[in-house]
Design a protein around this ligand. Structure first.
Ligand code: APR
Length: 250
């Protein structure tokens, strides 16, 4: 069930609906560091120490610099064959495809994905830290100044539109609805330790237990994730090598 040889293509029929969850591993071949593979360090800080509401209160400039650096890295990166394979799958099956990424980079969009959401927010958006009701900012002047944190029209500071440790992920109702109706759940490049994303495979399996439509669950990445035992199939390999040949249409 687990292994490189187990590259059985996923058969996609006209009845199938595919839900895809991606993590930092899908952007690794684009040159963006994952969290846990690189010891999770940034300039000597643990990522957990710069990606929390507590860090923003204690040292907002440090947090802002961290995200400015990540924006620069993301701008220099290009989508890789794995991002493109998912965009091609969406082109093939249209609205029977749904992509949920934990990544805050924009490589999926730049590869052409449309039916997608960022459950942990986006690097290229910011918002009022007081939640004054103004919509999320996506214009550069609100996030692109390296050292200075911008101000919302209400006077409060703006903060990155990122879901920090301990905060509630975005779009959970949409995610639940899409998992509830998928027939294939594909997870790519995530270590399976951060919840709730790590439990999506369990949500899909729960449907199997209550005797409804069977959901095929497939993981793709170079090493087995923490929740590997929950998947129907684990394909060990780099996303950019595996995804372009993974789907067959019937
Ligand atoms: N192709 C596919 N997977 C890869 C590749 C690759 N080329 N290279 C590495 N990986 C896998 C690793 O084996 C690992 O399982 O990507 C995974 C990266 O795991 P993490 O660094 O833990 O990243 P992720 O699971 O996305 O983190 C989840 O934690 O820090 C928070 O909010 C942040 O969204 C993030 C969340």
């Amino acid at each position: 069930r687990v292994g490189q040889k187990n590259m059985t293509p996923i058969q996609i029929s006209t009845e199938d609906r595919v839900f895809v969850l991606t993590g930092a591993g899908i952007s690794a071949e684009s040159g963006l560091a994952t969290f846990r593979d690189s010891d999770g360090l940034w300039s000597g800080h643990r990522v957990e120490d710069v990606a929390t509401p507590e860090a923003w209160i204690a040292d907002p400039e440090l947090v802002w610099r961290f995200y400015s650096q990540r924006r620069r890295d993301a701008r220099l990166a290009e989508p890789n064959p794995a991002h493109r394979a998912l965009a091609a799958l969406e082109s093939a099956i249209g609205d029977r495809f749904f992509l949920c990424t934990q990544n805050v980079d924009d490589l999926h969009e730049r590869a052409g994905s449309v039916r997608m959401i960022h459950m942990h927010g986006q690097l290229f958006e910011s918002r009022c830290e007081d939640e004054c009701g103004r919509p999320v900012f996506s214009d550069e002047k609100h996030y692109d100044s390296l050292a200075t944190i911008g101000r919302c029209a209400c006077g409060a500071r703006i903060r990155p539109h990122i879901v920090w440790f301990g905060e509630v992920p975005l779009e959970m109702e949409t995610i639940q609805r899409e998992i509830e109706r998928c027939t294939v759940l594909l997870v790519v490049g995530t270590s399976g330790v951060v919840y709730p994303a790590a439990s999506f495979v369990h949500w899909a399996n729960q449907r199997n237990r209550v005797g409804r439509q069977q959901v095929r669950t497939v993981y793709v990445g170079p090493e087995a994730p923490a929740n590997a035992a929950a998947f129907t199939q684990v394909v060990l390999g780099k996303a950019g090598d595996v995804l372009p040949g993974l789907f067959e249409f019937s």
